[in-house]
Design a protein around this ligand. Structure first.
Ligand SMILES: C[S@@+](CC[C@H](N)C(=O)[O-])C[C@H]1O[C@@H](n2cnc3c(N)ncnc32)[C@H](O)[C@@H]1O
Length: 276
């Protein structure tokens, strides 16, 4: 492990356990997003690519398929729990040229060895995003490419707000989205993203909407709302009676979004690209 900020590391070791538990669902839901981000850097066989905030490795594996056995796909993450799963999955797939590093991408010295950097939802958590993106730029060879996907605003992602609003009457406090603070919606404002990247020395910055209509079942929608989302840390401390009240309220609020057994998360994201 290198230069890992301990508070973020502790947070992601905890939150990472939920991502480990729900890896199959998250990967199925977000597979089109991994493909879109990897497509954006237009990889060639034999290239060397860094996946930032790689989690359990889905995007790293997508990269490995594109660059082939002569290439190299490196996943970097701050969460030990997620890296353990990523390494196990790489072993099961017997993919060549894949490895994982336990590192804080904001400060880790990757060496100027990569042709491209990708990230699926792994770059919104830096306490100092300008420093982090300047550090990532230094990891690329001159002219190297960057592409990442981040969330648009909570208003553009109503499915993330419905469970919170439904649970609010039963809870003393519900988590609030802090504009521009490190976290899921840190890069909701595209002008902020553009100025962070420009200040960090990136050029040819492009930001385009990416919408993912992958269908999910009602049960999966409930899992995303109660287990993966921000209600999880509150419910893990609650008693069973409160959990049941919140579960019923969230189920009632989400029910109108399901038709013929299928619902859509309608993930509203930005696909961001730039050059070093
Ligand atoms: C929302 S998850 C996305 C995981 C993965 N990319 C995926 O799509 O399945 C965010 C990931 O970023 C990682 N992360 C957060 N801050 C980081 C940092 N400073 N350096 C490296 N990884 C970080 C977390 O541990 C977590 O795995």
């Amino acid at each position: 492990m290198s230069g890992v900020a301990t508070d973020m590391s502790a947070y992601w070791d905890r939150a990472g356990r939920v991502w480990v538990e729900q890896q199959a669902l998250l990967d199925r839901m977000y597979q089109p997003i991994a493909k879109a981000v990897v497509d954006r850097v237009d990889l060639r066989a034999g290239e060397t690519v860094l996946d930032v905030g790689c989690g359990s490795g889905a995007t790293t594996f997508e990269v490995a398929w594109r660059v082939g056995p002569q290439g190299r796909a490196v996943g970097a993450d701050i969460s030990g729990a997620l890296l353990e799963l990523a390494r196990r999955r790489a072993g099961e797939q017997e993919l060549e040229g894949v490895n994982f590093v336990h590192a804080d991408a904001q400060t880790h010295d990757f060496g100027a060895t990569f042709d491209a950097i990708v990230s699926r939802f792994g770059v919104m958590f830096f306490p100092d995003p300008v420093a982090a993106f300047a550090n990532l730029r230094r990891a690329l060879r001159p002219g190297g490419r960057l592409a990442f996907v981040c969330w648009r605003s909570p208003e553009d992602n109503p499915i993330s707000q419905v469970p919170l609003e439904a649970a609010a009457p039963f809870l003393p406090e519900v988590p609030k989205f802090e504009r521009n603070a490190p976290g899921r919606f840190a890069f909701a404002d595209p002008e902020r993203v553009r100025s962070i990247l420009a200040e960090a020395g990136w050029r040819d910055i492009a930001i385009a909407p990416l919408d993912d209509p992958t269908p999910v079942s009602f049960e999966e929608l409930m899992t995303m709302s109660l287990r993966v989302g921000p209600l999880n840390p509150i419910l893990s401390q609650a008693d069973e009676a409160l959990r049941a009240q919140v579960r019923d309220a969230v189920a009632a609020a989400l029910a109108p979004r399901v038709q013929d057994g299928a619902a859509r998360m309608d993930s509203a994201c930005w696909l961001v690209s730039a050059r070093a």
